[in-house]
Design a protein around this ligand. Structure first.
Ligand SMILES: C[S@@+](CC[C@H](N)C(=O)[O-])C[C@H]1O[C@@H](n2cnc3c(N)ncnc32)[C@H](O)[C@@H]1O
Length: 164
């Protein structure tokens, strides 16, 4: 990590199970879905509907963070989800959560930079989504991995701060 970058994610994903982090998530979002994003609970509920997910769907989440939301979606819908994130502790935590819930056969996580070419077959997924991933991700970047009738959703926010 470059010297001038703030470590936003290693601590929260690496210490995901600590009670203090759980309480921060609950206080921030009202419901603990492992979030580190600006996505609201209403939006979280809307995403599987927007993507028209069914139990037969195979879904890619890019920038999955702790993986908890991917597990929530897979549990609610019955679909398969593959999550990718560039931060290693996110993937470690996500795979641990998946195994602990006996969901390893349907939900798995892989480390990778989604701004690069992804190691998936063409048309491997019925749906691709990204929740608040800093690097802009667009459907065109992932179109090759989506089936012809597939859906793509990206939730993005712009926050301008003035710290002077
Ligand atoms: C604001 S967090 C959102 C995490 C999760 N989607 C959520 O809703 O809680 C942004 C996530 O995107 C990941 N990310 C950013 N750029 C990425 C890239 N190029 N490839 C893969 N993951 C990336 C970060 O590591 C981080 O976990």
């Amino acid at each position: 990590m470059p010297d001038n970058e703030v470590d936003l994610y290693h601590s929260s994903y690496g210490n995901y199970e600590l009670d203090v982090y759980r309480r921060v998530r609950l206080a921030t979002y009202g419901e603990d879905l492992g979030q580190t994003s600006w996505v609201t609970n209403d939006e979280s509920r809307e995403i599987p509907l927007l993507l028209q997910l069914t139990p037969e769907s195979s879904v890619l989440e890019i920038g999955c963070g702790s993986g908890r939301y991917a597990l929530h979606v897979a549990d609610a819908v019955g679909c398969r989800v593959l999550g990718m994130d560039v931060v290693a502790p996110a993937i470690d935590t996500a795979n641990q959560l998946s195994r602990a819930r006996n969901m390893g056969s349907r939900v798995s996580f892989q480390q990778g930079d989604v701004s690069r070419q992804l190691p998936f077959a063409e048309q491997a997924f019925e749906a691709v989504f990204a929740n608040d991933v800093r690097r802009r991700v667009g459907r065109s970047q992932h179109a090759a991995h989506l089936r012809a009738s597939g859906t793509f959703a990206a939730h993005q926010v712009a926050v301008r701060t003035s710290l002077r």
